[in-house]
Design a protein around this ligand. Sequence first.
Ligand SMILES: [Zn+2]
Length: 272
Amino acid sequence: MPVEEPGGKKSVPGGLWTKCEKCNEIIYNKELGKNFKVCPKCGYYFRLTPKQRIRLLLDRGSFRENYANLKPSDPLGFVAVQSYKNKVKQDQKKTGLSEAVISGEGRIGKHKVAIAILDFDFMGGSMASVVGERVTRLIEKAIKKRIPVVIVSSSGGARMQEGVLSLMQMAKTSAALGLLDRERIPFISILTNPTTGGVSASFAMLGDVIIAEPRALIGFAGPRVIEQTIKQKLPEGFQTSEFLLKHGLIDMIIERKNLKSTVVRILNLFSS
Ligand SMILES: [Zn+2]
């Protein structure tokens, strides 16, 4: 059972309970899992790992990873507080992934799809050379096989440790999606909290259908930076899924529990 610590902080014994980051409620992990990792008390959306996202979206056992052999390198020999090489190693260990995106093929409601999922826990889901390359190759493969592309985004933007090489991925992935569009193959983009920076400014916002999870932060620059730049107060709810839907930037907001059935419906529609 959770116990009160001196000072009133609740400590949570590992593995059994999770404390909601928003309402501080202690939730039984099994209950949280059954509820698709959405807080049953306040509706807060916990982040899903790519593995959990695969379980949520894809038909069971259908996922096959590709381009896992593309591994991050350190083209600039970047060292800040910590060396880039070490940071990559650390996040590889933390997430069990080799890069901030996992790509592959699988089936959603029997439809074959090419799918990529970004992981915010790996260096903020930042777009690096290998992230852009995996996404681009996935799109090219989808063109060859004539199957739809699904990308689930969560990203803080470009990866500064790779400098301009990371920025180039915006153009590269967008160009690949241009080719996909020319072949009239659908791309469904799913935006989760948060989707910002170079990812939002490239492939994430180029979906034929753009779906967002509720209350996700979606935008290019952060609200503080914008306020300081334009010296104006931003409207209530700025850069949330709900705000973007109201202003026509996304197509729909779908609760996590309905995400798969919605994607299946869209794929049915496209294939007919
Ligand atoms: Zn909560």
